[in-house]
Write a protein that binds this ligand. Structure first.
Ligand code: BT5
Length: 243
Protein backbone atom coordinates (compact mmCIF):
# COMPACT_ATOMS: atom_id res chain seq x y z
CA UNK A 1 0.00 0.00 0.00
CA UNK A 2 1.37 3.46 -0.87
CA UNK A 3 2.45 5.75 1.95
CA UNK A 4 -0.51 8.13 2.62
CA UNK A 5 -0.17 11.75 1.55
CA UNK A 6 -0.45 13.13 5.08
CA UNK A 7 2.46 10.94 6.21
CA UNK A 8 4.56 12.04 3.24
CA UNK A 9 3.69 15.69 3.95
CA UNK A 10 4.69 15.30 7.59
CA UNK A 11 8.00 13.68 6.63
CA UNK A 12 8.72 16.35 4.00
CA UNK A 13 7.97 19.18 6.42
CA UNK A 14 10.17 17.91 9.22
CA UNK A 15 13.10 16.11 7.57
CA UNK A 16 15.38 16.14 4.54
CA UNK A 17 13.54 13.03 3.28
CA UNK A 18 11.06 14.78 1.01
CA UNK A 19 11.39 12.33 -1.87
CA UNK A 20 9.91 9.01 -0.74
CA UNK A 21 9.41 6.48 -3.57
CA UNK A 22 7.01 3.64 -2.86
CA UNK A 23 7.05 0.27 -4.61
CA UNK A 24 4.48 -2.51 -4.33
CA UNK A 25 7.26 -4.94 -5.10
CA UNK A 26 10.89 -4.59 -6.05
CA UNK A 27 13.96 -6.79 -6.04
CA UNK A 28 15.76 -4.75 -3.35
CA UNK A 29 15.33 -1.17 -2.17
CA UNK A 30 19.09 -0.99 -1.56
CA UNK A 31 19.82 -2.13 -5.11
CA UNK A 32 17.41 0.44 -6.57
CA UNK A 33 18.78 3.29 -4.49
CA UNK A 34 22.39 2.35 -5.21
CA UNK A 35 21.64 2.76 -8.90
CA UNK A 36 19.99 6.11 -8.18
CA UNK A 37 23.02 7.19 -6.15
CA UNK A 38 25.38 6.17 -8.96
CA UNK A 39 23.27 8.26 -11.36
CA UNK A 40 23.70 11.30 -9.10
CA UNK A 41 20.49 11.34 -7.03
CA UNK A 42 20.70 13.79 -4.12
CA UNK A 43 20.80 13.06 -0.40
CA UNK A 44 17.40 12.35 1.09
CA UNK A 45 15.82 10.03 -1.49
CA UNK A 46 14.02 7.16 0.24
CA UNK A 47 12.81 3.87 -1.23
CA UNK A 48 10.15 1.86 0.57
CA UNK A 49 8.55 -1.34 -0.66
CA UNK A 50 5.75 -3.62 0.50
CA UNK A 51 7.74 -6.59 -0.71
CA UNK A 52 11.21 -7.50 -1.94
CA UNK A 53 11.95 -10.45 -4.19
CA UNK A 54 15.71 -10.31 -3.59
CA UNK A 55 16.16 -8.49 -0.27
CA UNK A 56 19.81 -8.27 0.62
CA UNK A 57 21.72 -8.85 3.82
CA UNK A 58 25.46 -8.51 4.27
CA UNK A 59 27.99 -10.75 2.53
CA UNK A 60 25.56 -12.00 -0.09
CA UNK A 61 22.98 -13.14 2.45
CA UNK A 62 19.25 -12.61 1.90
CA UNK A 63 16.57 -10.74 3.80
CA UNK A 64 13.17 -12.45 3.76
CA UNK A 65 9.80 -10.93 4.65
CA UNK A 66 6.28 -11.84 3.48
CA UNK A 67 4.50 -9.04 1.53
CA UNK A 68 3.13 -6.31 3.79
CA UNK A 69 4.65 -7.69 6.98
CA UNK A 70 7.68 -5.45 7.43
CA UNK A 71 9.24 -2.05 7.02
CA UNK A 72 11.60 -2.41 4.06
CA UNK A 73 13.32 0.84 3.24
CA UNK A 74 16.55 2.45 2.13
CA UNK A 75 17.76 6.03 2.40
CA UNK A 76 20.40 7.86 0.41
CA UNK A 77 22.87 9.95 2.39
CA UNK A 78 25.81 11.99 1.18
CA UNK A 79 27.55 12.50 4.52
CA UNK A 80 29.97 15.35 3.89
CA UNK A 81 33.19 14.98 5.79
CA UNK A 82 32.51 11.47 7.10
CA UNK A 83 35.77 9.59 6.77
CA UNK A 84 35.34 6.09 5.21
CA UNK A 85 36.46 4.44 8.45
CA UNK A 86 33.57 6.16 10.26
CA UNK A 87 30.88 4.78 7.92
CA UNK A 88 29.77 2.43 10.69
CA UNK A 89 28.19 5.48 12.22
CA UNK A 90 25.65 5.65 9.40
CA UNK A 91 24.49 2.16 10.33
CA UNK A 92 24.45 3.19 13.98
CA UNK A 93 22.35 6.30 13.31
CA UNK A 94 19.67 4.29 11.49
CA UNK A 95 19.72 1.52 14.09
CA UNK A 96 19.36 4.03 16.94
CA UNK A 97 16.45 5.75 15.19
CA UNK A 98 14.76 2.41 14.57
CA UNK A 99 15.28 1.26 18.17
CA UNK A 100 13.52 4.41 19.40
CA UNK A 101 10.67 3.81 16.95
CA UNK A 102 10.06 0.36 18.49
CA UNK A 103 8.86 1.81 21.81
CA UNK A 104 7.13 0.65 23.94
CA UNK A 105 8.85 -2.57 22.83
CA UNK A 106 12.45 -2.59 24.01
CA UNK A 107 14.80 -3.30 21.12
CA UNK A 108 18.48 -3.82 21.88
CA UNK A 109 21.28 -2.79 19.54
CA UNK A 110 23.67 -5.57 18.64
CA UNK A 111 26.90 -4.59 16.94
CA UNK A 112 27.25 -4.03 14.05
CA UNK A 113 23.80 -3.93 12.48
CA UNK A 114 21.04 -5.77 14.32
CA UNK A 115 18.13 -4.87 16.54
CA UNK A 116 17.16 -7.65 18.93
CA UNK A 117 14.19 -8.39 21.14
CA UNK A 118 14.88 -11.04 23.77
CA UNK A 119 18.06 -11.95 21.89
CA UNK A 120 16.12 -12.66 18.70
CA UNK A 121 16.66 -10.63 15.54
CA UNK A 122 13.99 -8.02 14.90
CA UNK A 123 15.74 -5.90 12.30
CA UNK A 124 18.89 -5.64 10.24
CA UNK A 125 20.67 -2.66 8.72
CA UNK A 126 22.73 -2.76 5.53
CA UNK A 127 24.90 0.23 4.61
CA UNK A 128 26.58 0.26 1.22
CA UNK A 129 28.93 2.91 -0.13
CA UNK A 130 28.49 4.24 -3.65
CA UNK A 131 31.35 6.67 -4.20
CA UNK A 132 30.90 9.32 -1.52
CA UNK A 133 27.25 8.37 -1.02
CA UNK A 134 25.96 5.79 1.44
CA UNK A 135 22.78 3.82 0.83
CA UNK A 136 21.52 2.49 4.11
CA UNK A 137 18.66 0.02 4.21
CA UNK A 138 16.71 -1.46 7.07
CA UNK A 139 14.27 -4.32 7.34
CA UNK A 140 12.10 -4.44 10.47
CA UNK A 141 9.70 -7.30 11.20
CA UNK A 142 6.36 -5.74 12.10
CA UNK A 143 3.64 -8.40 11.99
CA UNK A 144 5.51 -11.65 11.32
CA UNK A 145 9.02 -12.97 11.63
CA UNK A 146 10.90 -16.00 10.34
CA UNK A 147 11.31 -18.89 12.77
CA UNK A 148 13.61 -17.89 15.60
CA UNK A 149 13.35 -14.17 14.85
CA UNK A 150 11.28 -11.47 16.55
CA UNK A 151 8.51 -9.14 15.38
CA UNK A 152 7.00 -6.06 16.94
CA UNK A 153 3.46 -7.47 17.03
CA UNK A 154 4.56 -10.17 19.48
CA UNK A 155 6.49 -7.67 21.57
CA UNK A 156 3.71 -5.09 21.93
CA UNK A 157 5.41 -2.56 19.68
CA UNK A 158 3.99 -0.44 16.84
CA UNK A 159 3.03 -2.35 13.70
CA UNK A 160 1.90 0.42 11.33
CA UNK A 161 4.52 0.56 8.55
CA UNK A 162 3.87 4.19 7.68
CA UNK A 163 4.03 5.46 11.27
CA UNK A 164 7.20 3.46 11.77
CA UNK A 165 8.72 4.86 8.58
CA UNK A 166 7.98 8.44 9.71
CA UNK A 167 9.40 7.76 13.18
CA UNK A 168 12.65 6.30 11.82
CA UNK A 169 13.17 9.18 9.40
CA UNK A 170 12.45 11.71 12.13
CA UNK A 171 14.92 10.03 14.49
CA UNK A 172 17.51 9.83 11.73
CA UNK A 173 17.07 13.51 10.88
CA UNK A 174 17.65 14.42 14.52
CA UNK A 175 20.88 12.41 14.61
CA UNK A 176 22.16 13.79 11.33
CA UNK A 177 21.59 17.24 12.81
CA UNK A 178 23.42 16.35 16.02
CA UNK A 179 26.51 15.19 14.14
CA UNK A 180 28.63 12.04 13.94
CA UNK A 181 30.42 12.52 17.25
CA UNK A 182 27.04 12.59 18.99
CA UNK A 183 25.97 9.46 17.10
CA UNK A 184 29.17 7.72 18.19
CA UNK A 185 28.59 8.71 21.81
CA UNK A 186 24.97 7.57 21.80
CA UNK A 187 25.82 4.30 20.10
CA UNK A 188 28.61 3.63 22.60
CA UNK A 189 26.17 4.13 25.46
CA UNK A 190 23.31 2.11 24.03
CA UNK A 191 25.01 -0.77 22.20
CA UNK A 192 24.01 -3.94 24.07
CA UNK A 193 27.07 -5.79 22.78
CA UNK A 194 29.33 -3.71 25.04
CA UNK A 195 29.99 -5.65 28.22
CA UNK A 196 28.98 -8.99 26.68
CA UNK A 197 31.10 -12.07 26.13
CA UNK A 198 31.26 -12.41 22.38
CA UNK A 199 32.59 -14.50 19.57
CA UNK A 200 33.43 -12.46 16.51
CA UNK A 201 33.60 -14.33 13.22
CA UNK A 202 35.98 -12.45 10.94
CA UNK A 203 36.70 -13.23 7.30
CA UNK A 204 39.70 -15.40 8.15
CA UNK A 205 39.37 -16.30 11.85
CA UNK A 206 37.24 -16.05 14.99
CA UNK A 207 38.06 -14.38 18.26
CA UNK A 208 36.40 -14.77 21.64
CA UNK A 209 36.47 -12.26 24.44
CA UNK A 210 34.59 -9.45 26.09
CA UNK A 211 33.34 -6.49 24.08
CA UNK A 212 34.63 -3.54 26.07
CA UNK A 213 33.70 -0.54 23.93
CA UNK A 214 32.58 0.92 20.65
CA UNK A 215 35.23 3.40 19.53
CA UNK A 216 34.80 6.87 18.00
CA UNK A 217 34.57 5.36 14.52
CA UNK A 218 31.88 2.87 15.57
CA UNK A 219 34.25 -0.13 15.64
CA UNK A 220 33.99 -2.81 18.32
CA UNK A 221 36.79 -3.21 20.84
CA UNK A 222 37.16 -6.80 22.09
CA UNK A 223 39.42 -7.84 24.96
CA UNK A 224 40.63 -11.38 24.43
CA UNK A 225 42.73 -13.43 26.84
CA UNK A 226 45.89 -12.03 25.29
CA UNK A 227 45.13 -8.72 23.62
CA UNK A 228 42.66 -5.99 22.78
CA UNK A 229 41.44 -6.03 19.19
CA UNK A 230 39.52 -3.43 17.23
CA UNK A 231 37.02 -4.99 14.86
CA UNK A 232 35.59 -3.09 11.92
CA UNK A 233 33.60 -5.85 10.22
CA UNK A 234 32.37 -9.25 11.29
CA UNK A 235 29.52 -11.30 12.68
CA UNK A 236 29.07 -11.18 16.43
CA UNK A 237 27.56 -13.91 18.56
CA UNK A 238 26.54 -12.89 22.08
CA UNK A 239 27.76 -15.68 24.38
CA UNK A 240 26.49 -16.55 27.81
CA UNK A 241 28.59 -15.11 30.61
CA UNK A 242 31.23 -17.45 31.99
CA UNK A 243 30.65 -19.24 35.23
C1 BT5 B 1 21.20 -7.77 7.68
O1 BT5 B 1 22.14 -8.58 7.09
O2 BT5 B 1 20.70 -7.93 8.74
C2 BT5 B 1 20.82 -6.57 6.82
C3 BT5 B 1 19.40 -6.68 6.34
C4 BT5 B 1 18.97 -5.45 5.55
C5 BT5 B 1 17.63 -5.64 4.93
C6 BT5 B 1 17.11 -4.37 4.32
S1 BT5 B 1 15.45 -4.51 3.80
C7 BT5 B 1 15.54 -3.02 2.94
C8 BT5 B 1 16.92 -2.94 2.32
N1 BT5 B 1 16.94 -3.51 1.00
C9 BT5 B 1 17.68 -4.64 0.96
O3 BT5 B 1 17.83 -5.37 -0.05
N2 BT5 B 1 18.22 -4.88 2.16
C10 BT5 B 1 17.87 -3.84 3.12
P1 BT5 B 1 22.88 -9.77 7.86
O4 BT5 B 1 23.46 -9.27 9.14
O5 BT5 B 1 23.78 -10.35 6.84
O6 BT5 B 1 21.72 -10.76 8.23
C11 BT5 B 1 21.11 -11.56 7.25
C12 BT5 B 1 20.57 -12.80 7.96
O7 BT5 B 1 19.43 -12.46 8.76
C13 BT5 B 1 20.05 -13.86 7.00
O8 BT5 B 1 21.08 -14.71 6.56
C14 BT5 B 1 19.05 -14.62 7.86
O9 BT5 B 1 19.71 -15.55 8.70
C15 BT5 B 1 18.50 -13.52 8.76
N3 BT5 B 1 17.21 -13.00 8.30
C16 BT5 B 1 16.73 -12.92 7.03
N4 BT5 B 1 15.53 -12.35 7.02
C17 BT5 B 1 15.22 -12.06 8.31
C18 BT5 B 1 14.10 -11.46 8.97
N5 BT5 B 1 13.04 -10.99 8.31
N6 BT5 B 1 14.17 -11.33 10.32
C19 BT5 B 1 15.22 -11.76 11.03
N7 BT5 B 1 16.30 -12.34 10.48
C20 BT5 B 1 16.30 -12.49 9.13
Amino acid sequence: MPVPEHVLAHIAASTRFGDVRHFDTIDSTNRWLRDEAAAGAPEGVVAVSDHQTAGRGRLGRTWEAPPGSALLMSVLLRPAGLRPERRHLVTAAVALAAADACAPAAAALKWPNDLLIDDRKLAGVLAEAVGDAVVVGIGVNLTTAPKGAACLAEAGGPVDRNDFLAAVLSGLERRLGAGWDAVAAEHRTRCATVGRRVRVDLADRSLTGTATAVDDDGRLVVATATSSEVVSAGDVVHLRAEG
